[in-house]
Design a protein around this ligand. Sequence first.
Ligand code: 5GP
Length: 195
Amino acid sequence: MSKGVLFLLSGPSGVGKGTVKAHLFEEFEKCLVYSVSATTRSPRQGETDGVDYYFIDRETFLKWIDEDAFLEHAEFSGNMYGTPRSAVMRQLEAGHDVFLEIEVQGALQVMEKMPECVSIFILPPSFEVLEQRLRGRGTESDEVVNRRLDQARRELPMADRYMYQLVNDTVDDTYAKLRELYLKHSSVVHEMYNV
Ligand code: 5GP
């Protein structure tokens, strides 16, 4: 059996990357694994520890850094986020494709350490559309939303560091493009599905 491929998915908060990724996981659940990150941010309503994130305190996060337990880690909007290394490596070896949905600083670290990874950046149709989506989500205070918009202004110019850039006009179109890229780069998907 082939080894899995590591995919990186980035894009500003509210751009819709979670939605298209969820579609991909529904369609190809047998060969795709989502890497659960660790973070120091508090859980949002509906989020579960160990499923959406490992919610840990800053002290534990720093200890994991010391133990070299992260493939990458970064500070984003005042919180720390990191990808546990061992789970990713184990899944790739076992023939699963792994998706990391991470911000730009962490993604650049992974591109350097694992240049064979496939990196995809999802862009909004415009900054105004992104702002509407983020405010419409209603899950965060104005202060948090403004911080995330500032972060987006810094992240968007980094899109060209990625192998692929997809503009999220509609979920259906973006999903179709993401699916195409996935089928192009994965080996295991063709072994498991008739595609
Ligand atoms: P949120 O707080 O909205 O769940 O995530 C904020 C940002 O952190 C998003 O851009 C998300 O992709 C990114 N993120 C989530 N997990 C990780 C991780 O393990 N490492 C890095 N570098 N970024 C992450």
